[in-house]
Design a binder for this molecule. Structure first.
Ligand SMILES: Nc1ncnc2c1ncn2[C@@H]1O[C@H](COP(=O)(O)OP(=O)(O)OP(=O)(O)O)[C@@H](O)[C@H]1O
Length: 339
């Protein structure tokens, strides 16, 4: 049985212009000990999705529909009191801005002691010993436990936050853009660390990122989100090597590829649609170089294109040819104005 199974999840925001359908029918499964990377540009709904799962939503956000089956329970329906127990013991969030999750006026050790004594029912002595163990685990010198957050470099701070997230042996770790704020060299060190911890501790991880190359480095499976929906999902290596959705092809062009560092980067023109009144056909319609009339009016379903690899596109019959064409700069030029 999967540790997590999200079924047709809809997380919307109430706004004065109507409901923003930020996450609109997302489904995926995650087995114990595996990792999934959720990718997409800013505004595609990645954070809304994981915040919905971990229930740290903005006041105007609500779960409109769907199930979040975690370890046999539907988190979407769990009363707040029971949810809080799961939240602290079983679910951990590594936030985007490590800086903000450590209190600047206390030494870093205090954050560990607070979590371990209050949420983990440890004595102070046990908590200090566990904090030492956690710092060692993420490759930090335990002397630094008495330092203040501002005395850490960005990479060290992110490692400290990872250690804190792992303090109570969570079953599921959600890392929301964990390396975005770091420089490229430190990014890859922290990602390697996370991958090692996953292997050593058997962690189950959801990794949110806008950078598709990060997923290639560190996840077994991938879900590509566009405008509140998953448009492609499957084994990460397979999806990245043989994408079946034009949006995935576009994302792959937009980030440096370690194997072809000199390849020019190509961006996707335009921006995702506003989801208060989403387009009725394919949500990628406007920006897609391969659109046909059917795409404007009919929403494509997510279908299995090969074992465990799904894509939602009306152009699947021609996809091999389109994949080749997607590597050319010209394919992506003047697309939005052609609509
Ligand atoms: N509090 C809010 N009220 C209304 N709409 C919101 C709110 N927060 C986010 N949104 C909207 O929800 C959509 C999805 O945003 P979300 O932050 O989940 O995307 P994302 O892919 O995680 O982007 P980023 O990487 O920038 O965080 C966007 O259209 C965004 O404007």
């Amino acid at each position: 049985m999967a540790l997590l199974e999200v079924k047709n999840l809809k997380v919307h925001y109430q706004t004065k212009h109507g409901d923003n359908q930020a996450v609109d029918g997302v489904s995926f499964k995650l087995e114990q000990g595996k990792s999934i990377g959720i990718v997409g540009e800013s505004g595609c709904g990645k954070s809304t999705l994981v915040k919905g799962i971990i229930r740290v939503m903005s006041q105007n956000a609500f779960i409109k529909d769907g199930q979040i089956l975690f370890d046999g329970k539907d988190l979407a329906k769990l009363p707040e009191k029971e949810f809080r127990q799961v939240r602290w013991k079983d679910l951990a969030l590594i936030p985007q801005a490590a800086m903000d999750s450590l209190n600047p006026v206390y030494p870093v050790l205090d954050a560990f002691v607070e979590v371990l004594t209050l949420k983990g029912n440890m004595t102070k002595k046990q908590a200090v010993a566990r904090a030492h163990e956690l710092f060692q685990m993420v490759g930090l010198d335990t002397k630094r436990l008495s330092y203040y957050p501002h005395e850490f470099s960005g990479g060290m701070k992110q490692r400290a936050v990872i250690a804190l997230a792992l303090a109570l042996d969570p079953k599921l770790v959600i890392a929301d853009e964990p390396v975005t704020a770091l420089d490229v060299i430190v990014q890859s060190q922290v990602l390697r660390e996370l991958t090692r911890l996953k292997k050593d501790l058997g962690l189950t991880i959801i990794l949110i990122t806008h950078d598709i190359s990060v997923v290639a480095q560190s996840c077994e499976s991938i879900a590509v989100m566009y405008a509140g929906k998953i448009v492609e999902k499957g084994d990460a290596k397979d999806v990245l090597k043989n994408p079946y959705h034009p949006y995935t092809m576009g994302l792959a062009n937009a980030f440096p590829n370690l194997k072809e560092p000199d390849k020019p980067l190509i961006s996707i023109e335009g921006s995702p649609p506003v989801l208060v009144d989403p387009p009725k056909g394919c949500r990628f319609y406007e920006r897609c170089p391969y659109k046909i009339e059917q795409c404007r009016n009919e929403e494509p379903e997510l279908v299995e294109v090969k074992k465990e690899h799904f894509s939602a596109c009306h152009r699947l019959a021609d996809i091999d040819e389109l994949r080749e064409k997607a590597k050319e700069v010209e394919t992506w030029q003047n697309v939005v104005s052609l609509k």
